[in-house]
Design a protein around this ligand. Structure first.
Ligand SMILES: Cc1cc2nc3c(=O)[nH]c(=O)nc-3n(C[C@H](O)[C@H](O)[C@H](O)COP(=O)(O)OP(=O)(O)OC[C@H]3O[C@@H](n4cnc5c(N)ncnc54)[C@H](O)[C@@H]3O)c2cc1C
Length: 438
């Protein structure tokens, strides 16, 4: 990746951030021969939580042309999901939905590095350890102020472009500038705490547990269990398991920040089944991380010369692994809007408006899936229903089945009914399980 090369002073499209959203939009634009510069604050591989990806991501990976690289990396293929929600156990198995490509458990640091490298190979000028500090959105020549830390010093510079795409994740650079970031109402606001464990047993689709060493032979499921204050995930990967919990912000407020790691470890010990999975596992010191302000959206997403995508646009509790999917989806529609706008500048306002509607639709879709209430807060139910009618039925059936595993998603089922969809009634439900043999 560009280490000491000079950052150009002009480009067509400037992308802020090299996560899944930024790398994907940059790759798609570069494939069209568009001159793209991507500035990334960190140096990949950067620390990132281990995550689960659903099979829907492959169609976007195919579009950017990165699928073969992902396959070659050999991430863990997962079989489905099992949840223990208020004592009720349910399971979904991807094989029953007819997907011919696997869902994955990925080390996001490696996954993200791979996406960024792919973008660079397609011709994107990537500069890491370069943080965007200021954005001026002059109509025909937006100007970006950055700090370049590649040589150890902090060197300031500027770059002029025609479009700015903000893919800066939770930093949400443009939403900060616009003051347009809104947290969802407090009952739906969460804090997440997580860490990594070496040698943890994991759960497979048969409801049994297996030693970490078998993760490549017996496929794991993403294991989720609710507890008094929230929910916990267990995601088995090649070298370690990512284990984390999500709690309501009100509960977190009652706790001093210094108590959070202790609370995290204590909660895992008390959670149903978790203590058995982690019994002989080693907690990796220094892997503890947290993310506050879980669940937000921006009221301003696209304009004549800017686009906000991925987590820079919105974030909802990714209980059903919608985060990376959202980033990929936003990237694909934004690449289309920007490509068309560059062909005919007079239509850029129209493309921006259409793109904003699509990003909002997907946000509403994810939110209705993941959170227990619906409406208000930047969501239009009719737009979501319209969006649902465009989602391939197999994808929707999987989301409905996943939603039926928690008690949060009544609204998602209602929306699908009101959308008049003709879905497979059995496939749209998770299987109830009698017990687990962990
Ligand atoms: C605890 C937790 C668990 C999750 N689990 C899942 C899961 O299982 N499955 C799933 O699909 N999703 C999950 N998600 C959501 C997923 O991580 C995000 O939705 C996804 O990372 C969004 O990608 P992005 O590219 O928008 O942002 P990011 O991945 O955050 O990338 C943004 C990039 O911008 C860079 N940046 C920031 N500021 C600047 C700046 N000023 N200048 C230059 N660069 C900048 C950052 O360094 C970063 O590399 C989870 C999220 C959390 C917090």
């Amino acid at each position: 990746m560009s280490t000491n090369s000079k950052i150009p002073s002009r480009c067509d499209v400037l992308v802020i951030g090299g996560g899944p959203a930024g790398s994907s939009v940059a790759a798609l634009l570069a494939k069209q021969g568009i001159d793209v510069v991507l500035l990334e604050k960190a140096l990949h591989p950067r620390p990132q939580v281990g995550e689960s990806l659903i099979p829907h991501v492959w169609k976007y990976a195919d579009k950017t042309g990165v699928s073969a690289l992902i396959e070659r990396e050999g991430f863990v293929a997962k079989a489905g999901g099992i949840t223990v929600w208020n004592g009720n156990i349910s399971r979904i198995a991807f094989s029953e939905f007819g997907f011919d490509r696997p869902a994955l458990h990925v080390e996001r640091d490696i996954f993200d590095q791979l996406l960024l490298k792919h973008a660079e190979n397609l011709g994107v000028s990537v500069f890491q350890q370069v943080a965007v500090r200021k954005v001026r959105l002059d109509l025909d020549s937006p100007n970006i102020g950055y700090v370049d830390r590649r040589g150890g010093d902090a060197v300031e510079g500027n770059i002029t472009c025609r479009f700015v795409i903000d893919a800066s994740g939770a930093s949400a650079v443009l939403a900060g500038k616009f003051k347009s970031k809104r947290l969802v109402d407090s009952s739906m606001r969460f804090l997440s705490l997580w860490g990594h464990f070496k040698g943890s047993r994991y759960v497979a689709a048969d409801g049994r547990s297996y030693p970490a060493s078998e993760v490549n032979t017996v496929r794991p499921v993403t294991f989720v269990t609710s507890f008094e204050d929230g929910w916990i995930w267990h995601i088995a990967m090649r070298q370690y398991a990512s284990v984390g919990l999500v709690i309501n912000t009100e509960r977190a407020r009652a706790m001093d920040k210094s108590e959070r790691e202790g609370f995290f470890l204590d909660t895992l010990k008390k959670a149903p089944y978790l203590e058995r999975l982690l019994d002989n596992a080693e907690y990796l010191p220094g892997s503890f991380s947290q993310r506050p302000d879980y669940s937000y959206y921006s009221t301003r997403l696209c304009g004549e010369n800017f686009y906000c995508i991925g987590d820079a646009a919105s974030f909802v509790d990714p209980i059903y692994s919608h985060g990376v999917l959202n980033a990929f989806y936003n990237a694909s529609i934004t690449a289309l809007a920007v490509t068309e706008s560059l062909k005919d500048f007079t239509r850029r306002g129209r493309h921006a408006q259409l793109c904003e509607n699509r990003i909002r639709q997907f946000y509403g879709f994810s939110r209705s899936l993941a959170l227990g209430e619906f409406g208000g807060d930047g969501v239009d139910a009719e737009l979501v229903r319209r969006f649902m009618r465009q989602v391939p039925s197999v994808e929707l059936e999987l989301m409905l089945a996943a939603a039926s595993m928690s008690e949060r998603s009544e609204n998602f089922h209602r929306l699908s009914m009101h959308a008049g969809l003709n879905l497979h009634p059995v496939r749209s439900k998770a299987h109830v399980m009698e017990g687990l043999a962990l």
